[in-house]
Design a protein around this ligand. Structure first.
Ligand code: MG
Length: 382
């Protein structure tokens, strides 16, 4: 069992942790923050952003009105941040940076989760496409309008590169410095690599929990999945006869613990072997973050199960179909008549109509998209 170490404040940073570039490597030079680090400032700006508040009403798997207890993009992002910080602390990485990356990683998601993204991407196909990961960067670099001196949040380079998890070569060329690593085939910081895996740990486990809560997947089905079965047996050995929500939670918390503990141990061993002595060495090294082979296989089995049984469940598919229709009808209506857009997006549409429409739609919460759809299509709506 790994021992938790002292936190960032009392602990030390490893030589392979991210150290911010001079002036934070921000696009617009700013005086250094006082009383907090460059990465703390990034995190604080993310939390205060409009896009962050909107995550509360954006779908993770279940559309907002389907129930109050399901994960939303906001609670998902908080879970990713919590897992990321635990892992970072054990590896002497920068907790503030990883928290900033985790909290911002889903800012560019459309309403209605992946169904919304697919529909918007299809509408944008002739105009350069739409990708939520790229959109997250667009939100923090451009779309948030709160500061007098610049558009966006003017975050550090390291936070921005962590947000941009993947990117096509074509887009990388257009992005300049932050896109370079995709052309040079280099890695981002360990903090960025870990936040990416923490995202996966979070959604696989909370989707088990939400899937059971919704009744779309059954407890007995999950007992055929090695990781679930093993931990459930451990729980029942300790608490014979335990049932219902407590049995689910005790099982899921053990699955998360196993994944996190294995990730820390496997990554620590990879770091020892390669011994990177700086962030630059991390960038040039092979991927250092990962699970041991056995746990990776179990995690993949769980992923496949969720894919087949939850994400493709007919009731999820039915909601996704409605969501896709709403998004593409909104897009088509605005495209045909840009004067239906709010004034600030009409102004943007003068430069690039399809991109302005995509920005407007991507920023919508689930319920705002439904309301806007009614306002455009239902004659009785004002
Ligand atoms: Mg996510």
């Amino acid at each position: 069992m790994l021992k938790a170490r002292a936190g960032r404040a009392g602990g030390k940073l490893a030589p392979y942790a991210a150290a911010p570039a001079p002036n934070g490597g921000r696009l617009h030079p700013e005086a250094p923050p006082s009383g907090r680090s460059e990465y703390q400032r990034d995190r604080d700006r993310i939390i205060h952003s409009t896009a962050f508040r909107r995550l509360e009403y954006k779908t993770q798997v279940f559309v907002n009105h389907e129930g109050d207890l399901f994960r939303t993009r906001l609670t998902h992002s908080l879970e990713v941040a919590q897992l990321s910080r635990s892992i970072a602390r054990n590896l002497d990485l920068d907790e503030d940076l990883i928290e900033a990356i985790a909290l911002a990683h889903d800012l560019g998601h459309t309403p209605f989760g992946h169904a919304g993204q697919d529909a918007l991407n299809a509408c944008m196909k002739p105009h350069g496409g739409f990708e939520h990961n790229l959109q997250s960067l667009r939100v923090v670099d451009l779309l948030e309008q709160r500061y007098a001196a610049f558009d966006g949040l003017n975050l550090t380079f390291e936070t921005r590169e962590g947000i941009l998890k993947h990117c096509s070569v074509k887009n990388a060329r257009e992005l300049g410095h932050v896109g370079e690593r995709f052309l040079k085939k280099r890695r981002p910081s360990l903090e960025a690599q870990i936040a990416n895996v923490a995202d996966e740990i979070a959604y696989n486990n909370h989707d088990v929990d939400d899937g059971l809560r919704s009744g779309l997947i059954e407890f007995d089905q999950l007992c055929e999945i090695a990781m679930f079965k093993r931990h459930q047996a451990d729980v029942l050995k300790l608490y014979p006869g335990l049932q219902g929500r407590r049995l689910v939670h005790e099982t899921v918390r053990r699955m998360i613990d196993t994944l996190v503990t294995d990730l820390i141990a496997t990554t620590a061993a990879a770091i020892r072997k390669v011994a990177p002595d700086s962030l630059e060495a991390v960038r040039a090294a092979p991927a250092l973050v990962g699970f041991s082979p056995g746990i990776r296989d179990e995690q993949l089995e769980l992923k496949r199960f969720l894919n087949e049984n939850l994400y493709r469940h007919y009731r999820v598919a039915r909601m996704s179909s409605k969501a896709r229709r709403i998004v593409s009808e909104l897009f088509d209506a605005f495209f045909a008549e840009p004067k239906l857009l709010p004034p600030q997006f009409q102004a943007r549409a003068k430069d690039n109509k399809p991109r302005a429409i995509a920005d407007y739609i991507a920023g919508m919460t689930d319920r705002y998209a439904m309301l806007e759809h009614r306002r455009l299509f239902a004659i009785e709506a004002a």
